[in-house]
Design a protein around this ligand. Structure first.
Ligand SMILES: *[C@@H]1O[C@H](CO)[C@@H](O)[C@H](O)[C@H]1NC(C)=O
Ligand SMILES: *[C@@H]1O[C@H](CO)[C@@H](O)[C@H](O)[C@H]1NC(C)=O
Ligand SMILES: [Cu+2]
Length: 342
């Protein structure tokens, strides 16, 4: 087993090395016009429906992104992977508990997917994490294939292996009960995050605390209740409720850095979780396209009175051009061009 583990790690390493020289031009350089028809529609798949070979090359592509230099030459980010995390940290207060929450994250994950394909040569399907499969499963959440040390993202953190910084102003409670991931491709010593926890800038391991408490809330029928709302405003509020909504459940189930509002994208699982949330929203839109395809609401600022409209401008510093909410509503048009296998 140890030998196998070692061989698999070597495989990751060599894949990462092969991909590193494929430095295509950054995603933003040759963008088709917004709203134009897609040349190709990418079909995103659930992690465990993807061939093991593709799962391993996905992980290698993430590692490649972690090695690529920051495309902005920004002082605070040390890799392309961190460009995405830094943008999320800087915009946290503007993009959560507001109207642009779902559209903004839809585009963030899409830009990340494009970077994996265009800058790190990933050719397989982009994965999402369908938590309902774990909620409905008989095995503990920690035994989910996404946490597999050989073909997944590694397991939970080991308690006592991480010391929380003194300044906890941007480090909420659940983060503090966990430790460093010690297995898999992003284990301590192999992957070091530089941004976070919270708004701090510290070199640290990937912190997780897989928490079984949340598993029953991931059951298919619980999720079905949450996406049953018929108006976007109810849908948005229900799923974004940080303690009971499906957005929060994915974050809390993984625990650790994923529970941090700012620095959560230090964990590569962030993108699989958010893609599934996006899938829930797309399914909701598809249930009544005439009314829902272009339905948006919610304040433009947390607790504000101005309502978000289709013309609302969303920005992605370090990552790409500005887009409006309207631009991301229909997945069958540029700059989206993806769908889900189910
Ligand atoms: C799991 O989450 C619950 C609810 O937030 C919390 O009370 C509990 O302490 C957590 N368990 C662990 C092991 O972190
Ligand atoms: C993008 O949007 C932000 C926020 O609305 C704005 O400050 C910035 O000037 C815009 N950038 C461009 C290039 O339009
Ligand atoms: Cu977020």
């Amino acid at each position: 087993m140890v030998v196998l583990n070692y061989l698999i790690q070597l495989l990751f390493l060599s894949l990462a090395i092969c991909f590193t020289p494929i430095l295509a031009t950054p995603t933003s350089s040759k963008n088709p016009a917004i709203g134009s028809p897609c040349k190709r529609i990418y079909v995103h798949k659930e992690w465990r429906d993807i061939k093991v070979k593709d799962r391993l090359s996905y992980i290698a592509a993430v590692k490649c992104l972690m090695k690529l230099p920051s495309s902005t030459g920004g002082k605070d980010t040390s890799s392309r992977f961190e460009d995405f995390q830094a943008t999320h940290i800087d915009l946290t207060e503007r993009v959560h508990l507001v109207g642009q929450f779902l559209p903004w994250h839809r585009h963030l994950v899409n830009l990340y997917s494009k970077a994996l394909r265009n800058e790190c040569g990933y050719k397989g399907p982009i994965p999402f994490w369908d938590w309902a499969r774990d909620g409905d499963s008989k095995v503990p959440l920690s035994a989910s294939p996404i946490f597999d040390p050989l073909t997944g993202f590694g397991g939970s953190g080991v308690p006592g292996t991480y010391t929380v910084p003194e300044d906890t102003s941007t480090i909420p409670e659940p983060f503090r009960y966990v430790g460093c991931v010690q297995t898999g491709p992003f284990r301590q010593g192999v992957y070091t995050a530089h941004l976070g926890p919270g708004k701090l800038v510290t070199d640290h391991c990937l912190i997780r605390g897989v928490n079984e408490t949340w598993k029953p809330m991931m059951r298919g029928r619980e999720i079905e209740k949450q996406v049953a709302s018929t108006d976007f405003e109810t849908f948005r509020i229900v799923i974004d409720d940080f303690t009971n909504g499906i957005h929060g459940i994915g974050h809390a189930g993984v625990g650790g850095e994923m529970t941090n509002f700012w620095s959560a994208p230090a964990d590569p699982l962030f993108y699989l979780h958010h893609l599934n949330l996006d899938r829930m929203w797309w399914q909701w839109q598809q249930r009544d396209p005439a009314n829902r395809l272009y339905q948006i609401s919610g304040p433009t600022t947390q607790g504000g009175l101005i309502q978000t409209t289709m013309d609302f401008i969303m920005d992605f510093p370090r990552l790409g051009r500005n887009v409006t909410v309207r631009d991301v509503m229909d997945l069958a048009k540029e700059p989206n061009c993806f769908t889900f296998a189910y």
